[in-house]
Write a new protein. Structure first.
Length: 531
Protein backbone atom coordinates (compact mmCIF):
# COMPACT_ATOMS: atom_id res chain seq x y z
CA UNK A 1 0.00 0.00 0.00
CA UNK A 2 2.95 2.30 0.62
CA UNK A 3 4.08 1.66 -2.94
CA UNK A 4 0.60 2.37 -4.30
CA UNK A 5 0.51 5.64 -2.35
CA UNK A 6 3.94 6.58 -3.74
CA UNK A 7 2.67 6.12 -7.32
CA UNK A 8 0.42 9.16 -7.09
CA UNK A 9 1.84 12.07 -9.04
CA UNK A 10 3.08 15.25 -7.36
CA UNK A 11 2.85 17.82 -10.14
CA UNK A 12 0.55 16.32 -12.76
CA UNK A 13 -3.12 17.22 -12.78
CA UNK A 14 -5.38 14.59 -11.30
CA UNK A 15 -8.62 14.51 -9.34
CA UNK A 16 -8.49 13.58 -5.65
CA UNK A 17 -9.77 10.12 -6.45
CA UNK A 18 -11.54 7.96 -9.04
CA UNK A 19 -11.35 7.66 -12.80
CA UNK A 20 -10.41 10.40 -15.28
CA UNK A 21 -10.02 10.29 -19.06
CA UNK A 22 -10.15 12.85 -21.89
CA UNK A 23 -9.42 16.56 -21.46
CA UNK A 24 -12.52 18.60 -22.33
CA UNK A 25 -13.19 22.22 -23.27
CA UNK A 26 -9.87 23.77 -22.17
CA UNK A 27 -10.11 27.55 -22.36
CA UNK A 28 -8.75 30.78 -20.87
CA UNK A 29 -11.66 32.86 -19.56
CA UNK A 30 -11.63 36.06 -17.50
CA UNK A 31 -8.17 35.46 -16.01
CA UNK A 32 -8.53 31.72 -15.37
CA UNK A 33 -7.45 28.64 -17.22
CA UNK A 34 -10.36 26.23 -17.15
CA UNK A 35 -9.91 22.53 -17.44
CA UNK A 36 -12.77 20.07 -17.76
CA UNK A 37 -12.30 16.34 -17.99
CA UNK A 38 -14.13 13.05 -18.39
CA UNK A 39 -14.67 11.82 -14.85
CA UNK A 40 -16.36 8.97 -13.01
CA UNK A 41 -17.40 10.31 -9.57
CA UNK A 42 -18.18 6.80 -8.34
CA UNK A 43 -15.11 4.70 -9.02
CA UNK A 44 -11.66 4.16 -10.47
CA UNK A 45 -12.87 2.59 -13.74
CA UNK A 46 -14.56 4.19 -16.77
CA UNK A 47 -18.34 4.80 -16.44
CA UNK A 48 -21.00 7.30 -15.22
CA UNK A 49 -19.14 9.97 -17.12
CA UNK A 50 -19.55 13.61 -16.01
CA UNK A 51 -17.46 16.72 -16.65
CA UNK A 52 -15.00 17.33 -13.83
CA UNK A 53 -13.80 20.92 -13.57
CA UNK A 54 -10.76 22.76 -12.23
CA UNK A 55 -9.25 26.23 -12.61
CA UNK A 56 -5.72 27.58 -12.56
CA UNK A 57 -3.86 30.82 -13.12
CA UNK A 58 -0.72 29.15 -14.45
CA UNK A 59 -1.71 25.70 -15.82
CA UNK A 60 0.33 24.05 -13.02
CA UNK A 61 -1.43 24.78 -9.71
CA UNK A 62 -5.11 23.84 -9.74
CA UNK A 63 -8.21 24.34 -7.71
CA UNK A 64 -10.90 21.69 -8.04
CA UNK A 65 -14.41 23.02 -8.61
CA UNK A 66 -17.80 21.26 -8.44
CA UNK A 67 -18.69 18.93 -11.30
CA UNK A 68 -19.74 21.07 -14.27
CA UNK A 69 -22.20 18.76 -16.02
CA UNK A 70 -23.80 15.44 -15.08
CA UNK A 71 -25.92 13.02 -17.14
CA UNK A 72 -29.41 14.26 -16.27
CA UNK A 73 -31.18 14.45 -19.64
CA UNK A 74 -32.38 11.73 -22.01
CA UNK A 75 -29.81 12.92 -24.55
CA UNK A 76 -26.78 12.47 -22.24
CA UNK A 77 -28.05 10.03 -19.61
CA UNK A 78 -25.43 7.46 -20.69
CA UNK A 79 -22.64 9.96 -20.34
CA UNK A 80 -21.59 13.58 -20.81
CA UNK A 81 -18.82 12.83 -23.24
CA UNK A 82 -16.04 14.81 -24.83
CA UNK A 83 -16.44 18.32 -26.19
CA UNK A 84 -14.77 21.64 -26.88
CA UNK A 85 -15.14 25.32 -26.07
CA UNK A 86 -15.56 28.17 -28.53
CA UNK A 87 -15.23 31.84 -27.58
CA UNK A 88 -17.65 33.89 -29.68
CA UNK A 89 -16.89 37.33 -31.12
CA UNK A 90 -18.57 39.07 -28.17
CA UNK A 91 -16.53 37.06 -25.66
CA UNK A 92 -19.35 34.66 -24.82
CA UNK A 93 -18.47 31.03 -24.36
CA UNK A 94 -20.23 27.99 -25.80
CA UNK A 95 -19.51 24.30 -25.29
CA UNK A 96 -20.41 21.58 -27.74
CA UNK A 97 -20.23 18.09 -26.30
CA UNK A 98 -21.28 14.58 -27.17
CA UNK A 99 -24.10 12.97 -25.22
CA UNK A 100 -24.74 9.28 -25.18
CA UNK A 101 -28.55 9.04 -25.13
CA UNK A 102 -30.91 6.70 -23.30
CA UNK A 103 -30.52 4.44 -26.37
CA UNK A 104 -26.74 4.94 -26.59
CA UNK A 105 -27.01 7.13 -29.67
CA UNK A 106 -24.19 9.65 -29.96
CA UNK A 107 -25.61 13.16 -30.35
CA UNK A 108 -24.14 16.65 -30.02
CA UNK A 109 -25.36 19.08 -27.39
CA UNK A 110 -24.92 22.74 -26.63
CA UNK A 111 -24.16 24.11 -23.16
CA UNK A 112 -23.28 27.58 -21.94
CA UNK A 113 -22.36 29.32 -18.67
CA UNK A 114 -25.33 30.19 -16.47
CA UNK A 115 -23.55 33.39 -15.46
CA UNK A 116 -21.02 34.63 -18.03
CA UNK A 117 -19.75 37.20 -15.52
CA UNK A 118 -18.62 34.42 -13.16
CA UNK A 119 -14.91 33.90 -13.94
CA UNK A 120 -15.07 30.45 -12.34
CA UNK A 121 -17.85 29.31 -14.69
CA UNK A 122 -19.34 27.24 -11.90
CA UNK A 123 -22.81 26.65 -13.33
CA UNK A 124 -23.72 25.36 -16.78
CA UNK A 125 -26.99 25.41 -18.66
CA UNK A 126 -27.84 22.79 -21.23
CA UNK A 127 -29.70 24.33 -24.17
CA UNK A 128 -33.42 23.53 -24.20
CA UNK A 129 -33.30 22.53 -27.88
CA UNK A 130 -30.73 19.74 -27.32
CA UNK A 131 -29.65 17.60 -29.01
CA UNK A 132 -28.54 20.02 -31.70
CA UNK A 133 -27.12 17.29 -33.95
CA UNK A 134 -27.92 13.61 -34.46
CA UNK A 135 -25.93 11.15 -36.59
CA UNK A 136 -26.54 12.00 -40.27
CA UNK A 137 -27.68 9.35 -42.81
CA UNK A 138 -24.96 6.79 -43.50
CA UNK A 139 -23.25 7.26 -40.13
CA UNK A 140 -23.61 4.54 -37.49
CA UNK A 141 -25.30 5.83 -34.31
CA UNK A 142 -22.23 4.94 -32.24
CA UNK A 143 -19.69 6.61 -34.56
CA UNK A 144 -20.41 10.30 -34.13
CA UNK A 145 -18.59 12.05 -31.34
CA UNK A 146 -16.22 14.70 -29.93
CA UNK A 147 -16.91 18.05 -31.69
CA UNK A 148 -13.92 20.40 -32.06
CA UNK A 149 -13.61 24.07 -31.21
CA UNK A 150 -15.30 26.09 -33.97
CA UNK A 151 -13.49 28.54 -36.26
CA UNK A 152 -14.77 31.34 -38.46
CA UNK A 153 -15.28 30.96 -42.20
CA UNK A 154 -14.57 33.91 -44.53
CA UNK A 155 -18.38 34.41 -44.69
CA UNK A 156 -18.46 34.83 -40.92
CA UNK A 157 -20.09 31.50 -40.10
CA UNK A 158 -18.77 29.12 -37.43
CA UNK A 159 -17.40 25.82 -38.63
CA UNK A 160 -16.28 22.73 -36.74
CA UNK A 161 -15.60 19.09 -37.37
CA UNK A 162 -16.66 15.77 -35.78
CA UNK A 163 -14.88 12.43 -36.16
CA UNK A 164 -16.56 9.30 -37.48
CA UNK A 165 -15.94 6.36 -39.77
CA UNK A 166 -17.51 4.69 -42.78
CA UNK A 167 -16.51 1.05 -43.00
CA UNK A 168 -12.82 1.22 -42.06
CA UNK A 169 -12.29 4.73 -43.38
CA UNK A 170 -11.74 7.23 -40.60
CA UNK A 171 -13.38 10.53 -41.52
CA UNK A 172 -14.18 13.94 -40.14
CA UNK A 173 -17.56 15.56 -40.92
CA UNK A 174 -17.87 19.33 -41.23
CA UNK A 175 -20.73 21.56 -40.05
CA UNK A 176 -21.43 25.27 -40.42
CA UNK A 177 -23.59 27.24 -38.00
CA UNK A 178 -24.46 30.83 -37.26
CA UNK A 179 -26.00 30.45 -33.81
CA UNK A 180 -24.89 26.99 -32.54
CA UNK A 181 -28.56 26.00 -32.59
CA UNK A 182 -29.11 25.09 -36.24
CA UNK A 183 -26.45 23.52 -38.40
CA UNK A 184 -25.65 22.66 -41.98
CA UNK A 185 -23.74 19.49 -42.80
CA UNK A 186 -21.29 20.25 -45.64
CA UNK A 187 -20.79 17.95 -48.63
CA UNK A 188 -17.93 15.51 -48.39
CA UNK A 189 -15.56 15.41 -45.44
CA UNK A 190 -12.68 17.53 -44.10
CA UNK A 191 -10.49 14.49 -44.69
CA UNK A 192 -10.58 10.70 -44.57
CA UNK A 193 -7.96 7.96 -44.41
CA UNK A 194 -8.69 4.32 -45.33
CA UNK A 195 -7.91 1.68 -42.74
CA UNK A 196 -7.71 4.03 -39.77
CA UNK A 197 -11.13 3.23 -38.23
CA UNK A 198 -13.07 5.50 -35.89
CA UNK A 199 -11.61 8.98 -35.42
CA UNK A 200 -12.08 10.07 -31.82
CA UNK A 201 -11.30 13.51 -30.43
CA UNK A 202 -10.38 15.13 -33.75
CA UNK A 203 -8.49 18.40 -33.38
CA UNK A 204 -7.95 20.94 -36.14
CA UNK A 205 -5.97 24.17 -35.89
CA UNK A 206 -3.52 26.51 -37.65
CA UNK A 207 0.21 26.82 -36.92
CA UNK A 208 2.42 29.63 -38.16
CA UNK A 209 5.29 29.03 -40.59
CA UNK A 210 6.85 32.33 -39.54
CA UNK A 211 6.08 33.45 -36.02
CA UNK A 212 6.74 31.77 -32.69
CA UNK A 213 3.33 32.72 -31.33
CA UNK A 214 0.43 30.33 -31.54
CA UNK A 215 -2.56 31.17 -33.72
CA UNK A 216 -6.21 31.63 -32.93
CA UNK A 217 -8.25 28.72 -34.27
CA UNK A 218 -9.84 31.02 -36.88
CA UNK A 219 -6.52 32.29 -38.32
CA UNK A 220 -5.65 31.33 -41.89
CA UNK A 221 -3.59 32.69 -44.77
CA UNK A 222 -0.35 32.14 -46.68
CA UNK A 223 1.91 31.92 -43.61
CA UNK A 224 -0.19 29.17 -42.11
CA UNK A 225 -0.35 25.41 -42.12
CA UNK A 226 -3.16 23.38 -40.59
CA UNK A 227 -2.73 20.45 -38.25
CA UNK A 228 -5.28 17.65 -38.31
CA UNK A 229 -5.13 15.30 -35.33
CA UNK A 230 -7.07 12.14 -34.70
CA UNK A 231 -7.18 9.73 -31.78
CA UNK A 232 -7.45 6.27 -33.27
CA UNK A 233 -9.90 4.15 -31.34
CA UNK A 234 -8.30 1.01 -32.81
CA UNK A 235 -4.76 1.59 -31.51
CA UNK A 236 -5.28 4.26 -28.82
CA UNK A 237 -2.71 6.72 -30.11
CA UNK A 238 -2.86 10.36 -31.21
CA UNK A 239 -1.73 10.94 -34.77
CA UNK A 240 -1.29 14.25 -36.55
CA UNK A 241 -0.28 15.53 -39.94
CA UNK A 242 0.51 18.93 -41.40
CA UNK A 243 -1.39 20.13 -44.43
CA UNK A 244 -3.27 22.86 -46.19
CA UNK A 245 -6.85 23.82 -45.45
CA UNK A 246 -9.03 25.29 -48.17
CA UNK A 247 -11.85 27.22 -46.54
CA UNK A 248 -13.86 27.47 -49.79
CA UNK A 249 -14.18 23.69 -50.11
CA UNK A 250 -13.82 22.87 -46.38
CA UNK A 251 -11.18 20.28 -47.27
CA UNK A 252 -7.74 19.63 -45.81
CA UNK A 253 -4.92 18.04 -47.82
CA UNK A 254 -1.83 16.56 -46.20
CA UNK A 255 1.59 17.92 -47.22
CA UNK A 256 2.80 14.36 -47.58
CA UNK A 257 0.22 11.60 -48.19
CA UNK A 258 2.73 8.96 -47.02
CA UNK A 259 2.59 10.40 -43.50
CA UNK A 260 -1.11 11.26 -43.59
CA UNK A 261 -3.04 11.64 -40.34
CA UNK A 262 -3.49 8.27 -38.64
CA UNK A 263 -0.60 6.57 -40.41
CA UNK A 264 2.37 8.84 -39.81
CA UNK A 265 3.47 11.12 -37.00
CA UNK A 266 2.32 10.95 -33.42
CA UNK A 267 2.27 13.63 -30.72
CA UNK A 268 3.76 11.13 -28.34
CA UNK A 269 5.03 7.58 -28.78
CA UNK A 270 4.13 6.46 -25.27
CA UNK A 271 0.89 6.69 -23.31
CA UNK A 272 -0.94 9.80 -24.50
CA UNK A 273 -4.48 9.87 -25.88
CA UNK A 274 -7.62 11.88 -26.61
CA UNK A 275 -5.60 15.09 -26.56
CA UNK A 276 -6.98 18.54 -27.27
CA UNK A 277 -5.40 21.95 -27.91
CA UNK A 278 -6.70 25.42 -27.18
CA UNK A 279 -5.50 28.86 -28.18
CA UNK A 280 -4.35 30.70 -25.08
CA UNK A 281 -5.11 34.34 -25.89
CA UNK A 282 -3.48 35.30 -22.56
CA UNK A 283 0.00 34.21 -23.67
CA UNK A 284 -0.58 33.94 -27.41
CA UNK A 285 0.29 30.29 -27.66
CA UNK A 286 -1.37 27.00 -28.54
CA UNK A 287 -1.43 24.58 -25.63
CA UNK A 288 -1.96 20.83 -25.78
CA UNK A 289 -3.62 18.68 -23.11
CA UNK A 290 -3.38 14.88 -23.25
CA UNK A 291 -4.70 12.03 -21.15
CA UNK A 292 -2.17 9.60 -19.65
CA UNK A 293 -3.97 6.40 -18.71
CA UNK A 294 -2.76 3.71 -16.33
CA UNK A 295 -0.93 0.70 -17.72
CA UNK A 296 -1.30 -1.48 -14.65
CA UNK A 297 -4.35 -3.67 -14.03
CA UNK A 298 -7.86 -2.45 -13.37
CA UNK A 299 -7.80 -4.35 -10.06
CA UNK A 300 -4.82 -2.32 -8.92
CA UNK A 301 -6.53 0.91 -9.95
CA UNK A 302 -9.56 -0.03 -7.88
CA UNK A 303 -7.27 -0.82 -4.94
CA UNK A 304 -5.47 2.50 -5.14
CA UNK A 305 -8.76 4.34 -5.73
CA UNK A 306 -7.74 6.41 -8.73
CA UNK A 307 -6.84 6.09 -12.38
CA UNK A 308 -5.04 8.42 -14.83
CA UNK A 309 -3.30 11.77 -14.86
CA UNK A 310 -3.07 14.55 -17.44
CA UNK A 311 0.21 15.33 -19.13
CA UNK A 312 1.89 18.63 -18.25
CA UNK A 313 0.28 21.05 -20.74
CA UNK A 314 2.58 21.42 -23.77
CA UNK A 315 3.14 24.39 -26.02
CA UNK A 316 2.78 23.29 -29.61
CA UNK A 317 4.54 24.88 -32.59
CA UNK A 318 5.59 24.08 -36.12
CA UNK A 319 9.23 22.98 -36.19
CA UNK A 320 10.83 25.81 -38.21
CA UNK A 321 14.04 23.78 -38.69
CA UNK A 322 12.42 20.82 -40.43
CA UNK A 323 9.09 22.32 -41.52
CA UNK A 324 7.65 18.82 -41.45
CA UNK A 325 6.79 18.15 -37.82
CA UNK A 326 5.56 19.85 -34.66
CA UNK A 327 7.56 20.52 -31.50
CA UNK A 328 5.92 19.94 -28.12
CA UNK A 329 7.34 21.40 -24.93
CA UNK A 330 6.13 21.76 -21.32
CA UNK A 331 4.56 25.20 -20.81
CA UNK A 332 7.08 27.70 -19.41
CA UNK A 333 5.14 28.03 -16.14
CA UNK A 334 6.21 24.48 -15.31
CA UNK A 335 9.79 25.75 -14.73
CA UNK A 336 8.54 27.57 -11.63
CA UNK A 337 8.45 24.21 -9.84
CA UNK A 338 12.22 23.88 -10.16
CA UNK A 339 14.02 23.82 -6.80
CA UNK A 340 17.66 22.93 -6.17
CA UNK A 341 19.75 22.40 -9.28
CA UNK A 342 22.70 20.08 -9.76
CA UNK A 343 24.98 20.44 -12.74
CA UNK A 344 27.15 17.67 -14.14
CA UNK A 345 29.48 18.96 -16.84
CA UNK A 346 31.06 16.73 -19.46
CA UNK A 347 30.45 13.42 -17.78
CA UNK A 348 32.16 10.70 -19.77
CA UNK A 349 30.43 7.39 -20.32
CA UNK A 350 32.61 4.91 -22.15
CA UNK A 351 31.07 2.27 -24.38
CA UNK A 352 29.39 -0.29 -22.12
CA UNK A 353 29.29 1.74 -18.90
CA UNK A 354 26.80 2.98 -16.32
CA UNK A 355 27.53 6.15 -14.34
CA UNK A 356 25.58 7.00 -11.16
CA UNK A 357 24.24 10.54 -10.94
CA UNK A 358 23.97 11.50 -7.32
CA UNK A 359 20.97 13.79 -7.15
CA UNK A 360 19.52 12.72 -3.82
CA UNK A 361 15.87 11.89 -4.12
CA UNK A 362 15.09 10.84 -7.71
CA UNK A 363 11.30 10.75 -7.84
CA UNK A 364 10.50 14.38 -8.72
CA UNK A 365 13.00 15.63 -11.28
CA UNK A 366 13.38 17.81 -14.34
CA UNK A 367 16.44 16.58 -16.26
CA UNK A 368 18.01 18.35 -19.23
CA UNK A 369 20.86 16.54 -21.00
CA UNK A 370 23.08 17.31 -23.98
CA UNK A 371 25.17 14.53 -25.48
CA UNK A 372 28.30 14.50 -27.53
CA UNK A 373 29.06 11.31 -29.38
CA UNK A 374 32.63 10.29 -30.10
CA UNK A 375 33.28 11.70 -33.57
CA UNK A 376 35.85 9.03 -34.47
CA UNK A 377 33.37 6.25 -33.83
CA UNK A 378 30.70 7.98 -35.91
CA UNK A 379 33.11 8.18 -38.83
CA UNK A 380 34.89 4.87 -38.57
CA UNK A 381 32.12 2.34 -38.00
CA UNK A 382 30.77 0.53 -41.03
CA UNK A 383 27.20 1.20 -42.09
CA UNK A 384 24.76 -1.68 -42.26
CA UNK A 385 21.59 -2.49 -44.10
CA UNK A 386 19.57 -3.46 -41.06
CA UNK A 387 16.78 -1.13 -40.07
CA UNK A 388 16.38 -0.31 -36.39
CA UNK A 389 13.11 0.35 -34.65
CA UNK A 390 12.67 1.04 -30.91
CA UNK A 391 9.99 -1.58 -30.43
CA UNK A 392 11.17 -4.24 -32.87
CA UNK A 393 14.60 -4.60 -31.28
CA UNK A 394 15.81 -5.70 -27.88
CA UNK A 395 15.40 -2.31 -26.23
CA UNK A 396 18.21 -0.83 -24.18
CA UNK A 397 19.81 -4.26 -23.77
CA UNK A 398 20.54 -4.60 -27.46
CA UNK A 399 23.93 -3.14 -28.25
CA UNK A 400 24.83 -1.34 -31.44
CA UNK A 401 28.01 0.47 -32.37
CA UNK A 402 26.50 3.92 -31.66
CA UNK A 403 23.88 3.27 -29.01
CA UNK A 404 21.79 2.98 -27.01
CA UNK A 405 22.82 5.70 -24.54
CA UNK A 406 20.82 7.91 -22.22
CA UNK A 407 19.34 7.85 -18.72
CA UNK A 408 18.12 5.11 -16.41
CA UNK A 409 15.27 6.69 -14.46
CA UNK A 410 13.40 5.20 -11.50
CA UNK A 411 16.12 2.60 -11.11
CA UNK A 412 17.13 0.72 -7.98
CA UNK A 413 20.73 0.53 -6.74
CA UNK A 414 21.39 -2.79 -8.47
CA UNK A 415 19.63 -1.75 -11.67
CA UNK A 416 17.27 -4.69 -11.46
CA UNK A 417 14.33 -2.37 -11.93
CA UNK A 418 15.23 0.30 -14.45
CA UNK A 419 13.62 2.42 -17.14
CA UNK A 420 16.06 3.50 -19.86
CA UNK A 421 15.22 6.61 -21.91
CA UNK A 422 17.72 6.73 -24.75
CA UNK A 423 19.01 7.58 -28.17
CA UNK A 424 20.16 5.01 -30.68
CA UNK A 425 22.07 6.04 -33.79
CA UNK A 426 22.22 3.84 -36.82
CA UNK A 427 24.37 4.25 -39.91
CA UNK A 428 23.42 2.85 -43.30
CA UNK A 429 25.65 1.60 -46.12
CA UNK A 430 25.72 5.04 -47.75
CA UNK A 431 26.97 6.49 -44.48
CA UNK A 432 23.70 8.26 -43.57
CA UNK A 433 22.71 8.42 -39.92
CA UNK A 434 19.28 7.94 -38.40
CA UNK A 435 18.57 8.72 -34.77
CA UNK A 436 15.94 7.03 -32.63
CA UNK A 437 14.49 8.19 -29.33
CA UNK A 438 13.12 5.35 -27.20
CA UNK A 439 11.94 4.33 -23.73
CA UNK A 440 12.26 0.71 -22.63
CA UNK A 441 9.79 -0.48 -19.99
CA UNK A 442 10.67 -4.16 -20.13
CA UNK A 443 12.53 -4.02 -16.79
CA UNK A 444 10.59 -1.10 -15.30
CA UNK A 445 8.85 -3.23 -12.67
CA UNK A 446 8.91 -6.63 -11.03
CA UNK A 447 5.12 -6.53 -10.93
CA UNK A 448 3.65 -9.04 -13.38
CA UNK A 449 0.48 -7.18 -14.32
CA UNK A 450 1.86 -3.98 -15.87
CA UNK A 451 2.63 -2.95 -19.44
CA UNK A 452 6.32 -3.43 -20.28
CA UNK A 453 6.49 -2.39 -23.91
CA UNK A 454 9.31 -0.51 -25.61
CA UNK A 455 8.21 2.75 -27.19
CA UNK A 456 9.76 5.34 -29.45
CA UNK A 457 10.43 6.51 -32.96
CA UNK A 458 12.94 8.29 -35.13
CA UNK A 459 13.81 11.85 -34.25
CA UNK A 460 14.97 14.43 -36.82
CA UNK A 461 18.46 15.78 -36.11
CA UNK A 462 19.69 18.81 -38.05
CA UNK A 463 23.34 18.78 -39.15
CA UNK A 464 25.54 20.22 -36.44
CA UNK A 465 22.91 19.82 -33.71
CA UNK A 466 23.82 18.09 -30.46
CA UNK A 467 21.54 15.33 -29.24
CA UNK A 468 19.44 16.49 -26.32
CA UNK A 469 16.65 15.25 -24.14
CA UNK A 470 14.50 16.57 -21.35
CA UNK A 471 12.96 14.08 -18.96
CA UNK A 472 10.35 14.88 -16.31
CA UNK A 473 10.09 12.31 -13.55
CA UNK A 474 7.02 12.48 -11.32
CA UNK A 475 6.67 9.27 -9.31
CA UNK A 476 5.00 6.79 -11.70
CA UNK A 477 4.82 9.24 -14.64
CA UNK A 478 7.78 10.06 -16.89
CA UNK A 479 7.53 12.49 -19.81
CA UNK A 480 10.49 12.51 -22.21
CA UNK A 481 11.18 15.06 -24.96
CA UNK A 482 13.81 14.34 -27.63
CA UNK A 483 15.49 17.14 -29.63
CA UNK A 484 13.45 19.97 -28.17
CA UNK A 485 10.19 18.02 -28.39
CA UNK A 486 10.34 16.71 -31.95
CA UNK A 487 9.73 13.23 -30.58
CA UNK A 488 8.00 12.72 -27.22
CA UNK A 489 7.43 9.61 -25.12
CA UNK A 490 5.24 9.42 -22.04
CA UNK A 491 5.80 6.46 -19.73
CA UNK A 492 3.56 5.06 -17.05
CA UNK A 493 5.71 2.89 -14.82
CA UNK A 494 5.20 1.01 -11.59
CA UNK A 495 8.48 0.11 -9.92
CA UNK A 496 8.28 -1.99 -6.75
CA UNK A 497 11.79 -1.38 -5.33
CA UNK A 498 12.96 1.76 -7.17
CA UNK A 499 10.50 3.89 -5.22
CA UNK A 500 10.76 6.72 -2.70
CA UNK A 501 14.27 7.16 -1.30
CA UNK A 502 15.42 4.01 -3.08
CA UNK A 503 14.89 5.41 -6.57
CA UNK A 504 18.13 6.34 -8.35
CA UNK A 505 19.24 8.00 -11.54
CA UNK A 506 22.06 6.81 -13.83
CA UNK A 507 23.66 7.76 -17.08
CA UNK A 508 24.27 4.76 -19.33
CA UNK A 509 26.00 4.00 -22.57
CA UNK A 510 25.37 0.56 -23.96
CA UNK A 511 27.05 1.21 -27.32
CA UNK A 512 29.84 -1.16 -28.30
CA UNK A 513 32.00 1.50 -30.01
CA UNK A 514 31.09 5.10 -29.32
CA UNK A 515 31.97 6.84 -26.09
CA UNK A 516 29.67 9.69 -25.12
CA UNK A 517 29.99 12.83 -23.05
CA UNK A 518 26.93 14.17 -21.31
CA UNK A 519 26.26 17.57 -19.73
CA UNK A 520 23.32 17.54 -17.38
CA UNK A 521 21.24 20.03 -15.44
CA UNK A 522 18.97 18.35 -12.93
CA UNK A 523 16.40 20.05 -10.77
CA UNK A 524 14.48 18.69 -7.82
CA UNK A 525 10.87 19.55 -8.51
CA UNK A 526 8.42 20.95 -6.05
CA UNK A 527 4.94 19.48 -5.87
CA UNK A 528 2.15 21.43 -7.51
CA UNK A 529 -0.81 22.63 -5.56
CA UNK A 530 -3.77 20.62 -6.84
CA UNK A 531 -6.54 21.16 -4.29
N1 LIG B 1 -13.80 9.20 -24.56
C1 LIG B 1 -15.11 9.82 -24.53
C2 LIG B 1 -15.56 9.85 -25.93
C3 LIG B 1 -14.31 9.78 -26.70
C4 LIG B 1 -13.48 8.83 -25.90
C5 LIG B 1 -15.97 9.05 -23.59
C6 LIG B 1 -12.02 8.93 -26.18
O1 LIG B 1 -16.31 11.01 -26.22
O2 LIG B 1 -14.50 9.37 -28.03
O3 LIG B 1 -15.45 9.04 -22.28
O4 LIG B 1 -11.24 8.47 -25.12
Amino acid sequence: NKILAWQRSAYHFQPKKNWMNDPNGPVFYKGWYHFFYQYNPYGAVWGNIVWGHAVSMDLIHWRHLPIAMVPDQWYDINGVWTGSATILADGQLVMLYTGSTNESVQVQNLAYPADPSDPLLTNWIKYSGNPVLVPPPGIHYKDFRDPTTAWLTPEGKWRFTIGSKVNKIGISLVYDTEDFKSYQLLDGVLHGVPGTGMWECVDFYPVSKIQENGLDTSDNGPGVKHVLKTSLDDDRNDYYALGIYDSSTAKWTPDNPIIDVGIGLRYDYGIFYASKTFYDQNKKRRVLWGWIKETDSEDTDVRKGWSSVQAIPRTIRLDKETGSNLVLWPVEEFDKLRLKKKVFDNVEAKAGSVVPLDVGSATQLDIVVEFEVDQKALESINGTNTTYSCNANGGAAERGALGPFGLLVLTDNDQVEQTPVYFYISKDIQGNFSTFFCADHSRSSKAPDVDKAIYGSTVPVIKGEKLSMRVLVDHSVVESFGQGGRTCITSRIYPTTAVGDDARLFLFNNATDAGITASLQIWQMSSAYVQ
